[in-house]
Design a protein around this ligand. Structure first.
Ligand code: PAF
Length: 280
């Protein structure tokens, strides 16, 4: 069975030993409760690196006071089986005390963290950037793998890596969906049967938006209106945002010409789900 390492010292020992042998290292940062989306990241990392570390840590600093830190699903034994099967070498599964130990330092990316999810989750990206920087310094990977499902996170991490000169390649991996289109997420487990059906309005509305763009619609407002209209047909859904932005600056666009990110966040009952697409 794959080793589940609890301390920073121990994970560093593994990495140092691999480095002595001249091996490359990939990192897949996760909060655990792994699904097929995570598996695709781990498998890709295992293809592109000699050794893969999966971090499995529900990071308290990226949850707001009224969010789901306590109830966030956890299952380290199941995670270990998936990691081992997907080709990872080690799971890093620290306690919060091990990671934070009275830390007073934060990493904060400005501007692009204040839009989209940053509006309803004001401390979220400081938590993400801080923990991801720490994981980068602990594991010192050659490459780190992030899912396009969290497109804003990907954009923020890329900017942080550039601004702070981390010598790490950030690899973006496509969204993995259920057969009926729902984007895989650990939070899907919160949905009851009725909500699970209702949640399909996210992928359905995005398909409508994508098709409009593919058929030549240039007005971002028209595409957003069509996406909103589809979500609003669903009584259990409440829109947090529907945005079309430039993928690097995350600034709203009026006219769709170059590649854009169409991103949505929707409450289905109490569960907040996100989804997106990026145009060619
Ligand atoms: O995407 C996630 O699961 C988390 O935000 C991450 C990158 C593991 C940081 O805690």
């Amino acid at each position: 069975m794959i080793p589940i390492v609890k301390t920073i010292e121990e994970v560093r020992k593994y990495v140092k030993a691999w480095r002595r042998e001249g091996l490359s290292v990939g990192l897949v940062p996760t909060m655990g409760f792994l699904h097929e989306g995570h598996r695709s990241l781990i498998e890709r990392a295992a293809k592109e690196n000699d050794r893969v570390v999966v971090s499995d840590f529900v990071n308290p600093t990226q949850f707001g006071p009224n969010e789901d830190f306590e109830s966030y699903p956890r299952d380290i034994e199941k995670d270990a089986a998936l990691c081992s099967d997907a080709g990872a070498a080690v799971i890093f599964n620290p306690e919060a005390e091990e990671m934070y130990d009275n830390a007073l330092t934060k990493v904060s990316v400005d501007k692009i963290t204040k839009v989209l999810c940053g509006k309803t989750r004001p401390i979220h990206f400081d938590g993400v950037c801080t923990v991801v920087s720490k994981l980068f310094n602990i594991v010192t990977p050659d490459r780190a793998y992030f899912g396009q499902k969290d497109a804003q996170q990907l954009c923020v991490v890329r900017k942080m890596v550039k601004d702070l000169n981390f010598d790490i390649e950030i690899v973006s991996c496509p969204i993995i969906r259920e057969a009926d289109g729902l984007a895989k997420s650990s939070r899907n487990t919160y949905l009851n049967d009725e909500e699970r059906k209702a949640a399909l309005c996210l992928s359905r509305s995005l398909s409508i938006g994508r098709e409009l763009i593919e058929n030549g619609e240039h007005s971002a407002e028209a595409v957003k209106a069509a996406i909103r209209a589809e979500i609003e047909k669903e009584p259990l859904a409440k829109i947090d945002y529907v945005e079309i932005v430039s993928f690097d600056t995350l600034e709203s666009v009026e006219s769709i010409s170059k590649p854009v990110l169409a991103a949505i966040a929707v409450y289905i009952g109490k569960t907040r789900l996100i989804d997106n697409f990026i145009t060619e």
